[in-house]
Design a binder for this molecule. Structure first.
Ligand SMILES: [Zn+2]
Length: 98
């Protein structure tokens, strides 16, 4: 897959995952500032990944996320992963990294 295509696809998944997490946990309309920061950070890392093809982040040697961002995004992915599994969107999980 071309890098541009991957970045766009991953951005969609990231946006959906963080959106669900924020809506269910922070009860805000749209994203709260905290989640917005995480999303922007994740999108930037996604776009800047120097590896092509990009490995799953858990298999990656670089670990480009700062530890506190990594902890946050992992929590979000876990929560929203379960959310999407319950709603039959298992296919999304195989695409994404955590
Ligand atoms: Zn939030």
């Amino acid at each position: 897959m071309k890098k541009e295509k991957r970045v766009v696809r991953d951005a969609k998944v990231l946006t959906a995952f963080i959106g669900v997490y924020c809506r269910e946990n922070h009860k805000t309309d749209g994203l709260c500032d905290d989640c917005k920061t995480v999303l922007e950070y994740a999108l930037r890392r996604n776009d800047k990944c120097p590896l092509d093809p990009k490995p799953k982040c858990k298999d990656c040697k670089i670990h480009c996320y700062k530890p506190e961002m990594r902890a946050k995004i992992r929590k979000i992915m876990k929560f929203s992963g379960i959310y999407f599994i319950k709603r039959g969107r298992i296919d999304w999980l195989f695409h994404y990294f955590f």
